[in-house]
Design a protein around this ligand. Structure first.
Ligand code: GLA
Length: 743
């Protein structure tokens, strides 16, 4: 039982094999944070952890009878705005008299074996025996408001999840102006903040900054988690590396506006918060209603950043991704976007599908342009009816032909968008998010549908359902290509516009929920102009994501390296595309492109009919290679070995849980002849007492040797070693399959 409770002193200790999280009820009825880190043995009393860690200063506001008891200096769990703590609060409410002073006092607790889902929101899940949930209940007696804090600790991974709820048991409405999912005070700030930032076509690059006094934050107020900041933040100790040292990470299971911040205060403590962004947020809670925040996953590691990654991957693989898709292999796909853009017909598509089938591809994904009069991006979004000019026999017949060719059939939708030139807009101009008194901004020539309206969700559910059924779809690429501007809904009324962004994403989740529960066998892949909404909220419904519109092998090293901090690599859509690359005009070898794409869900974005016979043979072998290793890629532990942000090389590997097998990728961007005395790649995660064969060769290397001294890399050309050189030129890569000797 991983939750210990010292009842006499109201102390709570969540623990499993690796981590401990301890807090208590303070004398003012609020929660004090006592410890979060490496596992501690349980003890009957942790009171001494609460020692006020600094003397009270004249500026601190303490209690009359105990001036040292000041909220300003004490580590707390969920600080409420209005009294003597001047850091940013976890919760701030506006009461009917205009006051936002709050006071929640401890009422009691409840423990649940397993974990309950959060109404209307994606969240991790667990059966009895896999996790335990602790619910702490508080009450504001003056306002009749009940606050609950939910903590779940998992048995098999170093993760704890948190969220909060507020119930209005009073007679008057209350406005929620800020309600974080997590607030956590740590007593020192000797950390470097790690996060993932970027832009369209350059998503999730790893960024680091040392924590400094004041607030440092990442956020999105675009209505989507965004290309620009991923809803993820880690704190590592200064000497922590990929392989060793202490680190914490915070992952938001949410796809809308978010804020993640670290506030270093005047006593050098740090307050970490993550939740719905309070900017433009205001939720009116009427009598009898409840509000639930989304969930945050907190992970702790004393095994470096790779340790964080592996624990989070385990959690997401086993407790977030739909159970239907946890076990199934993902099909190798081919997508026609870069092969045809809008210019296709049934013959072209079937020809691509037939050729792809011969190469071993399993799923054909028809991209944008199959509906309405969609010959460019200026029209038809919202009208999900086939374009009979392009596909005279309809989408069902095309699907049949592709399936006759031996492939599964999938389709592109952009369900949240509407074009000005569309039948839907003519019928329902008020379904667009806009301020009726002002012009609407364009983004990719389109507008956003008002998903706060139930009838919009119903309409889209009907449209997509009918196509799933008639065209027998196996897969949907759910795209979302612009953010929300002129955020105003015609149906929300004057005092509820602050609910728009959150209600919008609840509408999106509702549609996802209805579609995925009615069609559990349809594989959904989320996409947002590539990776503009790749987050744990989406992963709950869509077990894989289009990681980026940029498929250039060199750019991909950074994108996939960054993405791997959070997302299991089997959820990262990674594809081989044509050269010159459509985003960078760079030319890399077919081998380099596949060697990079193997470490994800594999596929192709090109026209295989344009390839030479040699290239086709190479692709056939690539697909076979991927199929051989995809089960390992799905379930193994991922290790980042060399960072593309730090050097000309990149390396990573996946190791099976039983350490009998591993698959490693090594990449060098620019040629670098004669750079090192010993040209090796140091591996990780192997059994030090076993020996391994590499790529089927007879020679066996010790696991210890491969990790400590390294695997010899092929010899690089240097101008004079013509007879020895095994590689040369820019954009080199190699993959290595290791098998334990005797297995
Ligand atoms: C977005 C997607 C692409 C493609 C286009 C189609 O940019 O990320 O993969 O589907 O839309 O319009």
């Amino acid at each position: 039982m991983p939750i210990f409770i010292n009842k006499e002193n109201n102390q709570f200790h969540l623990t499993n094999k690796t981590v401990s999280y301890i807090f208590h009820v303070m004398k003012n009825g609020e929660l004090g944070q006592l410890y979060y880190g490496k596992k501690l043995n349980h003890r009957p009393d942790f009171s001494h952890f609460a020692a006020y860690h600094i003397p009270t200063a004249a500026s601190c506001h303490g209690e009359k009878t105990d001036p040292a008891f000041s909220l300003e200096t004490i580590c707390q769990e969920y600080p409420v705005y209005g009294t003597s703590d001047f850091r940013e609060p976890a919760i701030s409410l506006r009461h009917p008299n205009g006051s936002s002073v709050g006071k929640f006092e401890y009422e009691g607790f409840e423990v649940i074996d397993g974990k309950e889902r959060i109404p209307g929101l994606p969240s991790t899940f667990a059966n009895a025996g896999e996790a335990s949930t602790l619910i702490i209940v508080f009450f504001d007696k003056l306002r009749d408001l009940k606050l609950k804090l939910f903590y779940t600790i998992f048995e098999n991974t170093a993760c704890i999840t948190r969220h909060a709820s507020l119930e209005n048991e009073g007679e008057h409405p209350v406005d929620i102006e800020r309600m974080m999912s997590v607030s956590l005070d740590l007593s020192d700030h000797d950390f470097t903040m790690v996060h993932l930032a970027g832009a369209w076509s350059r998503e999730r690059h790893v960024k680091e900054r040392k924590l400094q006094t004041g607030i440092q934050s990442i956020s999105s107020i675009r209505g989507a988690s965004s290309h620009h900041h991923n809803p993820f933040m880690a704190l590592r100790r200064p000497h922590t590396t990929e392989m060793s040292g202490e680190a914490y990470s915070f992952h938001f299971v949410y796809s809308g506006n978010f804020l993640a911040q670290a506030e270093v205060d005047h006593y050098d403590a740090v307050r970490i918060q993550m939740g719905i962004h309070p900017f433009q947020f205001n939720w009116r809670l009427d009598q009898g209603e409840a509000f639930h925040t989304p969930e945050v996953v907190m992970t702790y590691s004393d095994q470096g950043l790779n340790g964080l990654t592996q624990s989070t991957h385990t959690l997401f693989r086993e407790h977030l991704i739909s159970p239907v898709w946890q076990k199934r292999e993902r099909p190798v796909l081919i997508n026609n976007w870069e092969a045809t853009y809008f210019d296709f017909n049934a013959e072209k598509i079937v020809a691509i599908a037939k050729q792809a089938k011969e190469l071993g591809v399993e799923l054909f994904v028809l991209d944008d342009g199959w509906f309405g009069k969609r010959n460019d991006d200026t029209s038809s979004l919202g009208d999900w009816l086939v374009d009979k000019n392009k596909l005279p026999d309809g989408i069902d017949a095309l699907s049949q032909s592709v399936r006759n060719a031996g492939l599964k059939f999938g389709l592109w939708f952009e369900p949240e968008m509407i074009s000005e030139k569309s039948d839907l807009f003519s019928k329902h101009p008020d379904w667009v998010i806009h301020d009726p008194e002002r012009p609407i901004s364009y983004g990719r020539n389109q507008w956003v549908l008002d998903y706060t309206r139930e009838e919009v969700v119903d309409y889209m559910f009907e449209r997509i359902s009918s196509i799933i059924e008639s065209a027998k779809l196996s897969y949907i690429k759910w795209d979302m290509n612009r953010n929300i501007t002129e955020a105003y809904s015609a149906v929300l009324g004057q005092d509820r516009q602050g609910e728009l962004f959150h209600r919008y994403i609840l509408g999106v989740y509702d549609l996802y929920e209805r579609l995925t529960s009615k069609y559990p066998d349809v594989l959904f892949e989320s996409c947002a102009g590539g990776g503009g909404r790749f987050d744990a909220g989406m992963l709950y419904y869509a077990p894989q994501a289009w990681a980026s519109d940029d498929t250039d092998a060199v750019e991909r090293l950074k994108i996939q390296y960054g993405s791997s901090f959070v997302y299991p690599i089997y959820s990262i859509g990674s594809h081989v595309s044509d050269i010159p690359n459509h985003q960078t005009l760079r030319r890399t070898s077919l081998k380099a492109r596949a060697d990079t794409a193997y470490f994800g869900t594999f596929g192709y974005e090109l026209d295989p009919n344009k390839m030479s016979e040699e290239e086709k043979t190479e692709v056939k072998n690539q697909i076979e290679t991927y199929k051989t290793h995809r089960s390992l890629i799905k379930t193994g532990d991922f290790y980042r070995l060399i960072s593309p942000f730090a050097s000309n090389e990149t390396a990573w590997m996946v190791v099976s849980k039983d350490q009998t097998e591993a698959f490693a990728g090594w990449y060098q961007v620019l040629a670098a002849p004669s750079p090192k005395k010993i040209n090796v790649l140091k591996l990780a995660g192997l059994d030090a007492f076993s020996t391994y064969h590499v790529n089927g060769s007879d020679q066996a290397y010790g696991g210890d040797e491969l990790m400590q001294r390294g695997l010899p890399l092929p010899v690089e050309y240097n101008g004079v070693n013509k007879n020895q050189a095994e590689r040369g030129g820019d954009f080199q890569s190699n993959v290595f399959h290791l098998t334990k000797k005797g297995d």
